[in-house]
Design a protein around this ligand. Structure first.
Ligand SMILES: O=C(CO)[C@H](O)[C@H](O)COP(=O)(O)O
Length: 238
């Protein structure tokens, strides 16, 4: 296991400790979540009673493998705590997500939670979002039109591929990966993208996360939300 994987493992296991007996838990996606789900399986074996709502088919498979009981939104419409990975996290806990292609279900799950914990290794902590290409989930019909429209917002969208075929999400959509490099106003960009007909969801998770559990070489750091100062806000808008 390399250093980054060790940080992911430590962060994932730490985040699982926030889960308490009786909770409905939103289970995010990605390799860091693998460790959180595995740890939750251990906690279930030790006797806590929880139910998980998975945000992807892969996550559901891991939960089954590790013995985490699952439920779905037909049974419960409220989640006590969601834990999910991220591709980038800014100082206000704004995130880019969707590197694994599960952004729509992740956002539904994370938004339904009373508390949302983001779990990641420290390479994901950035000062400004945008170096990681922003995933935008789009319906397949006419995605070429949407691609052109997104290009007009200042990036070159790339249709995500799996081998020589377009990558298809769990919801049967495609993903456009959009390299904006520096997203100065994530909320504005999210709103612009969502206004395009054919866009299902964006990977911008703004004003959602409450806590970041970050795996560092020195150990796991728990970051709690703090207010962005006026100076920081002004610098961002320069
Ligand atoms: O958003 C995601 C999947 O859609 C993942 O949470 C994100 O890509 C982080 O993954 P990893 O923990 O493997 O770095």
């Amino acid at each position: 296991m390399d250093n980054q994987d060790m940080k992911k493992k430590a962060a994932g296991e730490k985040a699982a400790e926030f889960v308490k007996d009786g909770m409905v838990v939103g289970l995010g996606s990605g390799s860091t979540m693998y460790w959180a789900i595995k740890k939750l399986g251990d906690l279930v074996k030790e006797g806590i009673s929880i139910k998980g709502i998975p945000s992807s088919v892969r996550t559901a498979d891991w939960a089954k493998e590790f013995g985490v009981p699952l439920t779905d939104f037909s049974e419960v419409q409220r989640i006590d705590l969601a834990i999910d990975g991220a591709d980038e996290i800014d100082p206000a806990f704004g995130c880019i997500k969707g590197g694994g292609g599960s952004l729509l279900r992740e956002k539904i799950v994370d938004a339904a939670a009373d508390q949302f914990i983001v779990v990641a290794d420290d390479s994901k902590l950035v000062s400004v979002l945008g170096q990681f290409p922003l995933p935008v989930e789009v319906v397949p019909f006419g995605y070429e039109v949407v691609k052109e429209q997104i290009a007009g917002l200042g990036c070159e969208p790339v249709l995500r591929m799996k081998g020589d075929q377009p990558f298809i999400t769990d919801n049967q959509n495609v993903i456009l990966d959009c390299s904006f490099l520096e997203i100065k106003d994530p909320q504005k960009l999210h709103d612009q993208l969502k206004s395009l007909i054919g866009v299902v969801e964006t990977g911008l998770f703004i004003h959602m996360a409450d806590i970041v559990v970050a795996g560092r070489s020195t150990g796991v750091e728990i970051l709690k939300k703090r207010k962005v100062t006026k100076n920081e806000a002004a610098r961002k808008n320069d």
